[in-house]
Design a protein. Sequence first.
Length: 331
Amino acid sequence: MISASVIIHLPYTPDLTEGGISYACRSLSCTSDRLGTSPLDRLRRIVAEAAVELAFRRYLSEQKIPFTVLGAEPFTHPGHYDVALGGHRCEVKSYLISRRHQITQLRQDPGLVLQAPALVPLDEFAAEGHKPDDLYVFAFLLGLTANAQADVERALTAGQPAYLIHPLPDGWARPASWLPFEKLVLKSECDTPITVELGGQDAERKFITTVLELPPRMPFPVGQTFYSLAYIHAGHQPVARIGLHSPRHGEAYVIQTFDWGNLWVYGMDILLAGWLTHEEFRCNASVLNPGMATFQYARTRVKNLSIPITNLAPLVPLFEKIKAWTAERLV
């Protein structure tokens, strides 16, 4: 059982969002929608989750808590690595809290997270590869997002950072035939040059990018050879349409000015609540059906296993135990 006094606070810095965006972009070709979730919403959640994992590792290093890094399957989670604590795989399950009133309340009284459930999607929990002594650590990220176009404009006007992206549809991101996009060209209808980044995969399905400065109103050939194109990132808000074309697709694909989304997560604070082993979670969890309101979600989209946050174990004794266990092994 845990109380508010054992919640660990981690500071949030912009480089955590930058790292989260880098991972989200790399994963875009290999992740799928969950029950119709929009690609941009899914990507923002991936950014937030990766940012929390990076902050967690930073905390472990600063507190001199020994850990190692374990690789995951390259085609399911490209570039993703889990932490191992005391020889046990440790998975951080984090939840983005982005509603302003809730953020205000939690910054005043972090103990309110004790009202939340610890949730693990049932399909993830049941996936192969888990061991009974694997660890789950549960965390909350307090951070705003600028989803609507008006929110993005306000953020840019205020000098806040943004990362504007357009995820490409399946015909480009996950083509049925693994062939190169030959004679690929981009064209910007903007009156001034604009810098864009293309991200996708090469013939060996490795993640690749290329950065181009598109001249105004002229077709611009892409020198890099892509076999899939997952996204286009714009260096600033495009004020006109941008199109791309390859003979493989016939008609050009045109991105309107309102088709760009902002991936930046304006993080403020991270709360590490507690932990359980995979087996302890299995024995004590109940099923939470889709469509239910919870502390962290207006409604759940998938079937989850659920345990009250108060039923978790505190993290500091676990970390002290790992330090002692590692020290004994070195003697």
